[in-house]
Design a binder for this molecule. Structure first.
Ligand SMILES: [Zn+2]
Length: 454
């Protein structure tokens, strides 16, 4: 029984030592006070917007699966493949042509839904700032870029599938991760500037403050860029990206306009955290494992569905089965939604606490959590949080900031003051609405894994 003692020791070290040091204010109450600044109307609207997003996610997957299966059942996939085999002959070109066909047809047929989600709904909730022509031009540019990148990626993946046969899921996952890594490196440099203009941030205290915070944490950046997100929406966002020594810190003009100095500092502390903690690498590893599992499960499901050359598909390397392959992969990734979200949320939580410690701006953190609440439900149920959230909830973030503030005050490292928001403080979208009776503003794009935004 000698093994029991070390086990007890290990178990004990997991127990939290809840010692009751007196705090200058109650973090729970302070969190409630911050949340109350939204008021019931804005809270209801934020919940409605965010919960709608759950269904949009499922609908998106559903549309992809239905359209893909239609291409199989109507015989279009087989027809296009046979025609390509007669005309371009080379396997790589057949796959490339099939990928262009598949990506185009599904994008065009799902356009009404894309329009509703990307344009109409954003305007309904007062989050978008673009006219339809502006939005449509950007949609077309993204469509073209997406078409080229997808076609190249799919073609390379099919070469791997054909060459490796039964072990393709291992090599295919590696190729996919390498592809994502390349995108993470290249998108900020070559693609993002197509949609937004990046200009050096005005010289001043805030810029110096951000650079000091970055360099204090070992980020080799010597410039801060501002990009005009306001062109598309009111959402606040920022990132730290790096490629071959071109490390750069970028923040949105909306963040500068809408947040206080401490709010901006806290967001930048969070982004610096993503960079310093090498989140791009760990996300690639963890999401890479998830991709490997999905790819490993794909052949069984594919072979079962396409049994006996149904729909004229010879095997999984046959481009005629491409829509079926992507229907299966879409289904598997939808089932894996919570795993994907928990991996990302784990990193976001780390960046949050890093940002808090780097900026020492708990009220700035609470303030920006409230700005994000314009389009993120603040208090989800535990199940919702687990399934749908790729960031900690607003409630969790503000509570974390208030715990931090209370303990730092108790330790004498933060000036004494009230726990909750400054007297009379309210998020700008609530103030605007009350004063003008106008619709509120709000959401922005959220680059996640690589770009590491908010
Ligand atoms: Zn983040």
């Amino acid at each position: 029984m000698r093994w029991i003692a070390p086990l007890v020791f290990v178990a004990a070290s997991f127990a939290t030592a809840a010692y009751a040091a007196p705090l200058p204010f109650d973090p729970d109450e302070a969190t409630r006070a911050w949340l109350a600044t939204m008021g019931p109307e804005a809270t209801e609207r934020s919940n409605r917007y965010f919960e709608g997003g759950y269904w949009i996610g499922f609908a998106n997957a559903g549309i992809t699966i239905v359209l893909s299966m239609a291409l199989m059942m109507l015989g279009w996939a087989r027809g296009v493949r046979s025609w390509l085999e007669k005309t371009v002959k080379f396997y790589f070109l057949v796959v490339f042509g099939m990928a262009v066909f598949y990506t185009s047809v599904t994008s065009i047929l799902s356009f009404p839904f894309t329009y509703y989600v990307g344009f109409m709904r954003e305007h309904e909730f007062g989050l978008a700032t673009q006219t339809f022509p502006e939005w449509f031009v950007e949609f077309m540019i993204s469509f073209a870029i997406n078409l080229v990148i997808s076609a190249i990626f799919i073609s390379v993946l099919y070469l791997v599938v054909r060459a490796a046969k039964r072990t393709w899921w291992i090599w295919g996952s590696m190729v996919t991760v390498a592809f994502i890594a390349a995108l993470v490196a290249l998108v900020p440099v070559y693609i993002s500037p197509l949609f937004n203009t990046y200009t050096p941030m005005e010289q001043g205290e805030l810029r110096d403050d951000i650079l000091h915070m970055a360099q204090a944490s070992g980020v080799p950046a010597d410039n801060v860029y501002v990009f005009d997100v306001s062109r598309q929406s009111n959402r606040v966002t920022a990132n730290v990206s790096g490629f071959l020594g071109t490390t750069r810190i970028s923040l949105s003009d909306t963040l500068l306009d809408r947040a206080s100095t401490d709010g901006v500092r806290e967001v930048m502390g969070h982004e610096i955290g993503h960079y310093v903690l090498h989140h791009t690498n760990s996300l690639l590893v963890m999401l890479g494992l998830l991709i490997t599992v999905v790819f490993a499960l794909t052949p069984a499901l594919f072979n079962w569905l396409a049994k006996g050359e149904r729909w004229g598909v010879r095997d999984i390397a046959d481009p005629a089965g491409m829509p079926l392959v992507f229907a299966v992969i879409t289904l598997l990734f939808t089932v894996a939604t919570p795993i994907n979200n928990n991996i990302i949320r784990y990193h976001e939580h780390q960046a949050d606490i890093f940002g808090l410690n780097a900026s020492r701006a708990p009220d700035g953190f609470a303030e920006t959590a409230l700005l994000l609440s314009e389009y993120r439900k603040m208090e989800p149920s535990p199940l919702e949080l687990w399934f749908f959230y790729d960031h900690p909830s607003g409630y969790q973030r503000i509570h974390m900031a208030m715990e931090w503030k209370a303990h730092e005050m108790a330790a004498g490292r933060y000036p004494m003051g009230p726990g909750g928001p400054p007297q009379g403080w309210r998020p700008d979208f609530v103030v605007v609405e009350d004063e003008a009776g106008a619709a509120p503003s709000a959401p922005a794009t959220e680059p996640s894994p690589g770009g590491a935004s908010d």
